[in-house]
Design a protein around this ligand. Structure first.
Ligand code: ATP
Length: 455
């Protein structure tokens, strides 16, 4: 794994994974742009999540709710009142910082002075104006989590799919938080993506499902290549619990800057649906909610056995996509010493996550038959739908291998003189991790590649 953030940042920029946002204007703190390879990696990680959370289950539906929502969503969700971080100001160097890692004695992160203010609450939501009139009422917020769109669509999804408990709704999308001190590359940023599942179950079955999802989510991260020894659980208690949570287990990963939260799995009880439902008094809610004077929908489900309406409990595994990508890159980053004494940098991504699946390299870029066969193979492999297949026409195979090691391409295929002269058109297939090369007849390459990526 990567030992320092700097080596990751530098590789990400050099090879086109991640760039500082608004770089040509001096940057925008807490915002990053994903480059040609970053977008592929991100899409692959999202696809893996969606496959595991929606396609491979029979009890989850998908959703893509709007980022801008009625401001009442945040009034009743509790975000307007409580979605804050403690912040202190330093009297010496005039900087401002998040204080939640500071214990009894408060010390400035920037200059080390203890001459700082008492912590005060800072709301992390971005406020924005909606419509052409700017007045006291015309505001809303950019969503600070995707979850609320799921709760407000609960009735729509139940009515349109006839779901009964237990079932979940999954969503991936952007969230925004005006973090006081964004830092550690894409670990803490102001614009990021979340992959969230809200899993609804009967009250009383919540603890069982909570435990289930903690285990399932850890396993998923292992399946994305994270090593068991780099994952830890943290049981969040007392004051550290979010306003909606009965209990939370954070899944931590050993990032270059230490063990930090990668995903939170929270038992949100009946807080959210209870907050957003009309006729709250009918349900005997267990959570303490604000009295709702605006909702027009009953966010409850009919319990056929007990013959009554019930507000489900909700378990939420909430993962950060950017943090996930950072974890996957950290884990994949490998510096290897080769038998000849040189070193190579390899990103040992799981094949399904690799931004480029196969690179096809003609040995000679000015030999038409070689070029033609290489292009034909590229087109054939591209049609398999596995992701990006790169036709790499630099004519320098050694350099090509090194570059593709560094971006984690699992397979490189070279087309050489043998391929156009010998029977069966043999091409050379080189494996990223073992660096072993085998010869495969061109006609069998698609089957070889499918077999490699599907298993
Ligand atoms: P933290 O304590 O690190 O601020 P949190 O507990 O506020 O995180 P949650 O509200 O539980 O985070 O959000 C769920 C997930 O969303 C987190 O586990 C993380 O992966 C991701 N996430 C939250 N805030 C950010 C951020 N500012 N930048 C990147 N990812 C984030």
């Amino acid at each position: 794994p990567a030992k320092t953030m700097d080596e990751l940042v530098s590789l990400c920029k050099r090879r086109g994974f991640i760039f500082q946002g608004s770089e040509i204007y001096g940057g925008m703190q807490g915002a990053y742009d994903y480059g040609p390879l970053g977008i592929e990696l991100k899409n692959n990680l999202k696809a893996a999540w969606w496959r595991a959370m929606v396609y491979e289950r029979d009890d989850v539906e998908g959703l893509d709710a709007a980022i801008i929502q009625n401001k009442n969503v945040y009034k009743y969700s509790g975000h307007e009142d409580t979605f804050t971080d403690p912040m202190v100001d330093c009297h010496e160097c005039k900087s401002r910082m998040r204080a939640d890692h500071m214990k009894d004695i408060k010390v400035c992160d920037n200059c080390g002075s203890t001459n700082v203010t008492e912590p005060r609450d800072f709301n992390l939501m971005f406020k924005t104006n909606v419509g052409p009139m700017v007045n006291e009422e015309s505001y809303t917020y950019l969503r600070p989590e995707t979850a609320q769109g799921i709760f407000t669509n609960f009735k729509n999804v139940v009515d349109s799919t006839s779901r009964t408990l237990p079932f979940g709704i999954a969503q991936i999308g952007k969230s925004f938080r005006n973090e006081i001190t964004p830092r550690n590359f894409i670990f803490r940023v102001r614009e990021f993506e979340q992959m969230e599942l809200e899993f609804f179950c009967k009250p009383g079955e919540d603890e069982k499902w909570h435990e289930f999802w903690v285990g399932a989510r850890k396993q998923w991260w292992l399946d994305q290549g994270l090593a068991e020894e780099n994952i830890e659980f943290e049981y969040v208690t007392g004051d550290d619990l979010a306003h909606y949570s009965k209990s939370t287990v954070d899944i931590l990963y050993k990032f270059p800057h230490g063990f930090e939260e990668l995903e939170g799995v929270a038992n949100r009880t009946d807080y959210d649906l209870g907050s957003h439902t009309k006729a709250q008094e009918e349900f005997g809610l267990s959570a303490k909610v604000k009295q709702n004077e605006h909702s027009t929908a009953k966010l409850a489900i009919r319990d056929l056995e007990a013959n009554k309406w019930e507000v489900p409990f909700c378990i939420e595994p909430s993962a950060g996509l950017d943090r996930g990508l950072l974890a996957v890159m950290t884990e994949a980053y490998t510096e290897e010493e080769l038998p000849n004494g040189s070193t190579r940098t390899v990103l040992k991504f799981k094949p399904h996550l690799a931004p480029i699946k196969v690179a096809i390299m003609p040995l000679k870029k000015n030999k038409p038959e070689i070029v033609a066969l290489a292009k034909e193979l590229k087109n054939k492999l591209q049609k398999l739908g596995l992701g990006r297949i790169l036709y790499e026409n630099t004519g320098n195979v050694g350099k090509g291998y090194r570059r593709h090691d560094e971006v984690g391409t699992p397979i490189c295929v070279t087309v050489d003189f043998d391929s156009i002269e010998k029977e069966g058109a043999p091409v050379t297939v080189r494996d990223r991790d073992t660096m072993e090369q085998i010869v495969v007849p061109a006609a069998e390459l698609p089957a070889y590649v499918v077999n490699y990526f599907i298993n």
